[in-house]
Structures are given as C-alpha cells and as structure tokens.
Write a protein that binds this ligand. Structure first.
Ligand code: DGY
Length: 437
C-alpha cells in the first residue's frame, strides 16, 4: 500500500500547476471547483502549503456576488471544449475581473474541505489562521446559493445545468433533455480526441449542454432569468448534501475561531430547513432513497443513483430505519457479489451503462463520501467493503477517472476509463489510506 500511496503522490505532484491542480492532463487542462476541493484533501496529508494554495486560488476567482465558478481558466489551452470564448463569464456584471471562468458552478465542497484540512493538520494554529482568512468567502458563497437559487424558499438550492451537478450525463437528466429540442451545433469536441468516445457523452447530448448555456448567456447569466427560463432546473440531493455538509463544517470552524454568532445562527437556520426539505421533498418513501426533483416540470425523478445514498455523508437521514433502508437498497441493487461498490447508476435498470461516464461506472469521490457516511452511522462492514473495493480497483487498474463496477471485467480487460492519472482518485486514495476514520 505504501507503493500505491507514493504513486498517488506522484500523480498529484504531476498535475500541480503552481497554485492549482488540473484534474488530469489534456482532457481537463484548467481548475475545476469540486476537483480542487478533493485534491486539497489529498495534499493536506503531505503538503499543506499546496492544499492551502489550491483553495485560495479557487476562491480568488469568486465573483462579487459570492458565486464560485465550476471552471477557472487560468491558462490558455486548446485541448478543451467549450473554453472561455464559449462561456464568456464577462457577460455577468459581477463576474471576476481577474479570471475568466464558466458561468455555472459545481457542488459546494469548499466548506467541508476546509474542515478536513483542519482535522488533518499537524499545526492546528497555523491552519486555523489560514481558514480564518478564507472562511468568509465560503460563507458568502452559501449566502449566494440560498438568496439566488431557492425561489420557493425551501432550503433546497437548484442547479441549472447538468455540469453543475458534477454527474454530467447521468440518466437522471434524460427526461429533461427529452423536453428540449436544441439546434445541432457546429463544434469540435476535444474530449473524444483524448478518451474513447464510448466512455463520453454523445454529440447530441453536447447540443443540449451548449443550448442551456446559450440561454443563460442571452441573459448575461442573470440568476433571475435562469430561474425563469432554463429548461433544466433541478434540486439535486448530492449537491444539497454537500451544501449541508459544508454548512455544518462552517459552523464547527466558526466556533473554533470564536465570535461570528450571527453567521452560526444563519448557517444553523439554513441547515434546519434544508434537512427538513431533504427528508420531505427529496426522500422517496417507496424507493427508500433520496431522489432528484425536476423543478422546471415539477416532478420527482425516481431513479436510484449513487447520489441517492449520499445524504448519509451529512447528518440528513434522521431515523435508523431510514439509514437502514438506504443501505439495504445499496446492497440489494448495487452490491451483488460480482460488483464493486458503488456504481453511479442502478445496475438493475436497463439504462445502466458500465462504461459511460456517469451512467454506471464507479467514481472514487462518491465512494469516499459513502464510506464516511457508512462509518458515521455504524455500518462498518459495508463501509470497509466500499473502502476496500476502492483500493482494489485503483490497484488493479490505475489512477483512472472512473471504473467498471463489474469485477469480471477487471480480471480480463481495461477496466479504468476516462482520464488517466486523475487527481481526485489519487487524492482521496491517500486520504482513505492515511485517515483512520
Ligand atoms: C466535462 O468537460 O466533461 C466536464 O465534466 C465539465 O465539467
């Protein structure tokens, strides 16, 4: 395992670009928001300075309204589409004047990442001083979310693009895309020059992705207009879980820092409402898991995905029966003997595709969250299985972006897909090996 850990460190150092990390070479040549967070957790174990810079660089690209973009375009690169010229973040009057970025965001990891960094740190005083210099920016980001993305005042924020979810081409979005009929755009994909097209979204899917961005651009990325007009408007249990977890983390960190009574009260109020709505609106009593809600078309999306179990990562599931229900569904549908935990989409559903990005493969960041949650609720055996499965697939197949969930494939074929030497796979592997949770 020491060898694997050293390999993981090599991957992180290779992808470090003097102030931030790329998720992997070529395929993703800029800084991505949720990647950055997971990467900082890995670095915190052996180079706190880089971990701190990673988050500071991300937060330096924050907009004046508190928004943090999903990609920060620090450098010129022609290996990625769509780049800064397509996204045109400068259309928004409050966007960063220093950095070009996208006009959409990604899951709010930054709060809980700061707390992880504090927990890992061997110099708590120095790390807390660093956190003190960053934390208000994260608080501002959460204020942005609740003030601009919760039109019905439910404590649940929406995402307006599948790329904001992080789970880009999950079958969850299929019915929403079926309500749209975007033009056939002329564009040159770059991702499929780096990675086998069978592992990536289709061109027609990209038409939908670009179309939503064009609608937002026509209105200069105005949140109000997006809420009114975007054909994609979803309350995502994974996204909201991470926001709730980050709210909790900010409460804990503000308490360590001292003072900040009003902010703690506000964070507590957001979380009380958010947890209530997660358990009433996003919890499906029949399926016994959390599901996405299509806010545009006002209906739940009753698919089971790894996101459906993610609320155990934060203190959201309130009764032991609810947690047992989640674990039972996970084991029953995703946990067959021939399967690694945890596929990103229900393997018993006909839309499951074991190779295609978020339509089936195992992702290390989701496993990391599930592992944490299972431990917290005392499901130690299942937690260990998730951890060991994660270590095993990386050891067998390498530091890939995502992995086949079918054990048999790892014996005979290439079973790691997408980008190679992928930063968060390396970072979270280091955490799983070092953190005695
Ligand atoms: C991509 O290009 O596939 C990214 O996931 C977008 O964030």
């Amino acid at each position: 395992m020491k060898k694997l850990e050293n390999e993981a460190k090599r991957v992180l150092l290779k992808n470090w670009k003097d102030g931030f990390s790329v998720p992997c070479a070529n395929l993703y040549p800029f800084q991505w928001k949720w990647d950055s967070g997971f990467i900082a957790i890995g670095f915190a174990h052996f180079d706190m300075d880089k971990a701190e810079k990673e988050i500071a660089t991300l937060l330096a690209a924050q907009w004046d309204n508190g928004f943090i973009p999903h990609i920060v375009f620090h450098t010129e690169s022609d290996t990625y589409f769509p780049g800064p010229d397509f996204h045109q973040s400068e259309l928004h009057p409050q966007s960063s004047k220093t950095y070009k970025s996208t006009g959409m965001t990604q899951p709010p990891v930054t709060g809980f990442v700061l707390e992880e960094m504090y927990n890992i740190s061997t110099n708590k005083t120095a790390t807390l001083a660093y956190i003190n210099s960053m934390i208000d920016k994260v608080y501002h980001n959460h204020t942005y979310f609740y003030e601009n993305r919760d039109p019905n005042n439910e404590g649940l924020v929406y995402i307006y693009h599948n790329w904001e979810s992080g789970t880009d081409n999950s079958p969850i979005w299929d019915d929403i895309f079926a309500t749209m009929n975007p033009p056939h755009y002329e564009f040159k994909r770059r991702d499929t020059t780096h990675v086998d097209a069978s592992e990536r979204p289709t061109n027609r899917e990209y038409d939908h992705y670009l179309h939503i961005i064009n609608i937002a651009k026509e209105h200069n990325y105005s949140d109000e207009k997006i809420a009114e007009l975007s054909p994609f408007l979803v309350q995502d249990p994974l996204f909201n879980t991470m926001l709730i977890k980050s709210n909790e983390a900010l409460i804990n960190l503000y308490k360590l820092i001292g003072g900040n009574v009003d902010k703690i009260a506000q964070l507590t109020q957001w979380n009380t409402k958010a947890v209530h709505s997660m358990n009433t609106k996003l919890y499906d009593k029949d399926l016994k898991v959390y599901v996405h809600y299509d806010l545009r078309n006002e209906k739940p999306i009753p698919f089971i995905t790894s996101s459906s179990f993610s609320p155990i990562f934060a203190n959201i599931a309130t009764t032991p029966e609810q947690v047992k229900g989640l674990v039972d569904v996970m084991l029953d549908k995703f946990g067959g003997e021939d399967m690694y935990l945890c596929a990103s989409f229900d393997p018993t559903n006909e839309l499951f595709n074991p190779k295609k990005y978020w339509r089936g493969p195992v992702w290390v960041n989701l496993n990391w969250m599930l592992y944490r949650g299972l431990r917290k609720y005392g499901y130690n055996e299942v937690a260990d299985r998730v951890k060991n499965d994660t270590l095993e697939i990386v050891e067998k197949s390498g530091f890939y972006e995502y992995f086949d969930a079918r054990k048999s494939v790892h014996l005979t074929d290439k079973a790691g897909y997408g980008g190679g030497d992928f930063s968060w796979t390396a970072a979270l592997l280091i955490d799983l090996l070092q953190n005695k949770i």
